[in-house]
Ligand binder design. Structure first.
Ligand code: SF4
Length: 568
């Protein structure tokens, strides 16, 4: 694929590496005040925390052999704790929360007291691309090994729960037989590469990023040169003008643009991220042709590996390095030390026309057929439903299904004359092609049902909130996003929602500690990117939630000017 000079061979990602002037062609900058941040590029290879220690002790990828040969045969109790709570993530496995432990105990108990002997297993779905055989396999695995669970995540993946360690090798065998994997689905690794769900088919597409995603997968995923990063590394490639991969909040994103002289290519964004210190990504101002996206990705992930901060886990994302360096220096290091060539300057993407960027509804493709996007509630589906979706796709002549970053799905390649029939068949499964704005715009993370960090319940609460709002506000048609997190982390991107709800314990009118939410208002991506404001003192109990959201939406409706979209 590379028509340009190949990237440098990945540098040794183990202690002992010191990239000096001879390796880079430029004098190595000392990191000055960051000498204590554990950056490999300035010679700091001594682990400064327990995570860095277990990664140094053994590469996370190596745990697979132990799972296959020891743990799956001897059972849960045989698992080394450093593997159980560390390296198993490199293969998409997290222990799930023991049932019945309330949110008040989350911060009090030791990790082993929260651990159930079952696992969450994340299947990575790069670009959100699935075919019928793959979806059938996911559905079968869900029903056979995961008690029917199969949640759609907001990063285009599928997550199983209730997985026994004994079953993991067989699950891998079946996934890999159809071209899927759990490799580096979690852990301090290059996670799933987001991609436009309508890549290669959308009538308004600028450029199809699929070949770049495939090339990155080939070069980077499962490659030990990139399997010990300071923390997770999130990425996206989309040539859709809908800006449909939350490019503002990834570690690196490639966004389709048309260069006035060079034509269609990608604009590069780096250093976005949410969680407790949210930061929007910044443009490097560089235009990259399709053939060079993988080179630039490799350069950016290498900078993260070599220069990323490894002392404190809560400062180890790329966004902190970017905040200290700035985009200009970041681009210079990328060009001078990693690509060994300059990048062309390029334009910024245009703002999308639509507030919704989820591809819900029926839309005409380049080839005259249609893609049909549909909404389950808060990403909750199950194996039986996924099996039926696979059968519907096959029955309607499609072999292409897609997942989205809004916990939704698409079936591609539907003949125009069969769209209505498919819409009806999906509705019979409670999968709406024309959903209410509440169903369309509400997302929820895993929450206390399975997540060890959770303080409150999220999925059932989100589904019930949708039902309440549909009943109370049947006339409300404006796009609105409601994102629900079970704890202060931001797996459901609360800072980017019109109404963001951060799970915590709150005091109710009777003075009791109950499940509730800190409210963030006015966040958005796409049209006017910005983070929602934490409304000081505004906390609602879970029981008050429908009343509160209804009040906010009614207030908006009453005061809104023509054409104004929801912005609390
Ligand atoms: Fe778990 Fe918190 Fe993430 Fe929700 S936001 S999935 S509760 S870590």
């Amino acid at each position: 694929m590379a028509s340009t000079p190949p990237p440098r061979a990945p540098r040794e990602a183990v202690p002992g590496f010191e990239a000096g002037p001879e390796a880079t062609g430029t004098p190595r900058r000392r990191a000055g005040r960051h000498r204590g941040e554990g950056q490999w590029a300035v010679g700091h290879f001594t682990p400064l925390n327990a995570n860095e220690q277990f990664k140094k002790d053994d590469d996370g990828l190596n745990v697979r052999t132990r799972i296959e040969t020891i743990y799956s045969k001897r059972g849960f109790d045989s698992i080394d704790p450093a593997d159980l709570r560390g390296r198993m993530r490199w293969w998409g496995l997290y222990t799930q929360r023991k049932p019945g432990i309330d949110g008040g105990k989350t911060a009090v108990l030791e990790p082993h007291e929260l651990d159930d002997e079952f696992f969450m297993l994340r299947v990575r779905i790069d670009g959100g691309r699935l075919n019928v055989a793959q979806l059938r396999t996911i559905a079968e695995l869900s029903q056979e090994f995961a008690r029917g669970t199969a949640d759609l995540t907001d990063r285009q993946n599928v997550q199983f729960h209730w997985i026994r360690i004994e079953d993991v090798p067989e699950i891998w065998r079946r996934l890999e037989a159809v071209g899927l994997s759990t490799t580096e689905a979690c852990g301090d690794t290059p996670r799933v590469i987001l991609g436009s769900p309508v890549a290669g088919i959308a009538a308004d597409e600028i450029i199809d990023g699929t070949p770049a995603i495939e090339e990155i997968q080939r070069r980077v995923i499962g490659n030990p040169a990139f399997s010990n990063l300071p923390r997770k590394f999130k990425s996206a490639v989309s040539g859709s003008p809908q800006l449909d991969v939350v490019h503002e909040i990834n570690d690196v994103s490639f966004v389709g643009v048309v260069h006035p002289e060079l034509g269609p290519g990608f604009d590069v964004w780096v250093g976005g991220g949410l969680s407790t210190n949210p930061r929007l990504g910044e443009r490097l101002g560089a235009w990259v042709p399709l053939e060079e996206v993988a080179d630039v990705y490799e350069g950016v992930v290498s900078i993260f590996r070599d220069y990323g901060y490894r002392r404190l886990r809560n400062r180890a994302r790329l966004k902190f390095l970017l905040a200290d360096w700035g985009a200009e220096r970041f681009r210079r290091v990328l060009e001078d030390e990693y690509l060994l060539r300059g990048l062309a300057d390029g334009p910024a993407p245009e703002l999308p026309v639509d507030a919704w960027r989820d591809h819900i509804g029926a839309h005409r493709q380049q080839d005259g057929r249609y893609y049909v996007g549909f909404a389950p509630k808060v990403g909750r589906v199950d194996g039986a439903t996924l099996a039926k979706i696979a059968e519907l796709a096959a029955q309607f002549g499609s072999d292409r299904i897609r997942t989205t970053v809004q916990q939704k799905m698409l079936i591609l390649d539907v003949p125009q004359e069969r769209v209505a029939e498919l819409t009806e068949a999906l509705a019979a499964l409670d999968l709406q092609v024309e959903p209410s704005p509440f169903r369309r715009g509400t997302m929820a993370c895993t929450g206390i049902e399975f997540c060890k960090l959770a303080i409150v319940e999220t999925k059932a609460r989100g589904a019930s909130l949708i039902g309440e709002l549909e009943r109370r506000l049947p006339e409300f048609t404006e796009p609105v996003t409601v994102n629900i997190n079970g704890c202060p982390n931001s797996c459901a991107r609360i800072q980017t929602a019109d109404i963001g709800l951060k799970g915590q314990l709150v005091t109710d009118a009777d003075g009791r500690q109950v499940e509730g939410f800190q409210v963030h208002l006015g966040g958005s991506l796409g049209l006017e990117p910005g983070f929602g404001r934490k409304v000081r003192g505004l906390k609602v109990t879970a029981a008050e939630l429908p009343d509160y959201v209804e009040r906010v939406l009614r207030r908006f409706e009453a005061g809104r000017a023509d054409g104004e979209r929801f912005a609390a």
